[in-house]
Design a protein around this ligand. Structure first.
Ligand code: B12
Length: 338
């Protein structure tokens, strides 16, 4: 690369990661800039950039950072593995499928290269890892990669992981296996520490963006499905997942979003005559079941009135369907509108 060596800012922009992420990868995993010009900041060479691209690709696929870094170092340190200036690493046999983008996101059978003796051990509990990680339990690698990127506040990587999961598996599985474990985990993290609100918000934002980008069906007729959160209810992500999953099933929806007062819901039903209404309550404070009864008693009641979320109390009124999973919700709504 010679004089074309890049600054940290330029590399960050090119890869779509934060400069702080580059610093972390440098400090913890030795993936730093190698070109040194006296009196200047170190610069990233083409080979440094190749390593970082491998690191980014693998961590996006859920490979643990220390493992990914070991691969990244190996990918350019041995003869024959070095890449051209085109910027993409030519890969050793075992790495090729991962770099080709077909990494086993679900099964987690990522390779476990022996880190070179020179590689620093990952920091056990530094900011963004170890003791401050989002607790996940058994989770697919994509969920772990998403959670790690979230703790680094690395939105581009978060979006990439989720987009790939949606593309590879569809909305229902991406939501159930990647988004939900991370949402539950960050909820627990917050409860235990009263911290990481910023992480929670970024997670919500990225999930919303990816779900919102799922192409909507070009409907010949207006949407016959109305989605709304209960009065004062701000939790809307499960409804956003439902809208995106229904879109993939070819069913258009009308999404009112959060905090819908009962009179406004009445008006929307009067004006749009939906065949199905799904109302979401996440927390007890918003889950007065009288809201559901009111929809049932509308002069033109929808064929399906369904309640989603754990907030509803004291119990669902007669004639209201209880939705317990996203897949079930998709099935029931599809049946009501077809
Ligand atoms: C993201 C989030 C927010 C975001 C919401 C952003 C958005 N656009 O939706 C924001 C920041 C707005 C927020 C606000 C608040 N939040 Co909040 N939030 C969450 C978080 C992390 C995820 C919520 C979510 O989407 N859950 C959906 C899935 C992941 O969870 P679930 O409903 O339990 O899923 C089960 C079923 O519903 C089903 N399921 C899953 N997906 C789907 C989809 C469909 C269609 C169906 C039918 C079923 C289904 O499967 C699961 C297993 O049973 C949760 C943590 C959590 N565990 O949920 C806290 C959480 C719900 N929030 C909580 C609280 C306390 C609040 C606030 C009161 C905080 C405050 N002090 O202001 C406010 C409430 C404001 C209000 N009036 O609504 C508490 C609720 C505690 C309680 N039970 O009352 C939680 C549990 C966090 C915690 N551990 O303390 N929150």
């Amino acid at each position: 690369m010679g004089d074309d060596a890049l600054s940290a800012g330029a590399v960050a922009r090119r890869l779509g990661v934060a400069v702080t992420t580059l610093r972390t990868w440098h400090r913890r995993y030795g993936l730093g800039p190698s070109r040194h010009v006296p009196g200047q900041h170190r610069r990233y060479t083409a080979q440094d950039l190749d390593r970082l691209e491998v690191m980014l690709r693998l961590t996006s696929q859920g490979v643990a950072p220390a493992e990914a870094a070991a691969w990244a170092r190996r990918s350019t340190s041995s003869a024959g593995f070095a890449s051209s200036s085109a910027g993409s690493a030519s890969s050793p046999a075992g790495l090729a499928p991962l770099l080709a983008g077909s990494a086993p996101l679900l099964t987690g059978s990522a390779p476990s290269p022996a880190p070179s003796p020179a590689s620093p051990a990952p920091s056990p509990a530094g900011p963004g890892g170890g003791g401050q990680a989002i607790p996940l339990g058994p989770a697919v690698p994509a969920a772990r990669g998403f959670a790690r990127a979230a703790m680094r506040l690395d939105a581009p990587v978060m979006r990439t992981i989720l987009e790939r999961a949606v593309g590879d598996w569809g909305v229902v599985r991406a939501w159930d296996d990647v988004a939900v474990p991370v949402l539950v985990g960050i909820g627990e993290r917050y409860q235990a520490t009263q911290r990481f609100v910023e992480v929670e918000h970024l997670i919500s934002r990225c999930i919303s963006e990816v779900l919102g980008a799922v192409p909507r069906p070009r409907a010949a007729s207006p949407a016959r499905v109305l989605l709304a959160a209960a009065d004062e209810e701000q939790h809307t992500l499960p409804l956003e997942a439902l809208a995106a999953a229904l879109a993939q099933a070819g069913v258009p929806t009308r999404m009112l979003g959060g905090r819908v007062p009962p009179p406004a819901l009445d008006d929307a039903i009067t004006r749009t005559g939906p065949a199905a209404v799904v109302l979401w309550s996440q927390i007890g404070e918003t889950g007065d079941a009288a809201q559901l009864a009111r929809v049932r008693e509308h002069p033109h009641p929808p064929l399906l009135v369904a309640a989603g979320g754990p907030g509803w109390r004291p119990r669902l009124p007669a004639g209201v369907a209880q939705l317990t999973t996203l897949a079930e919700a998709v099935e029931l709504v599809c049946a009501a509108v077809r």
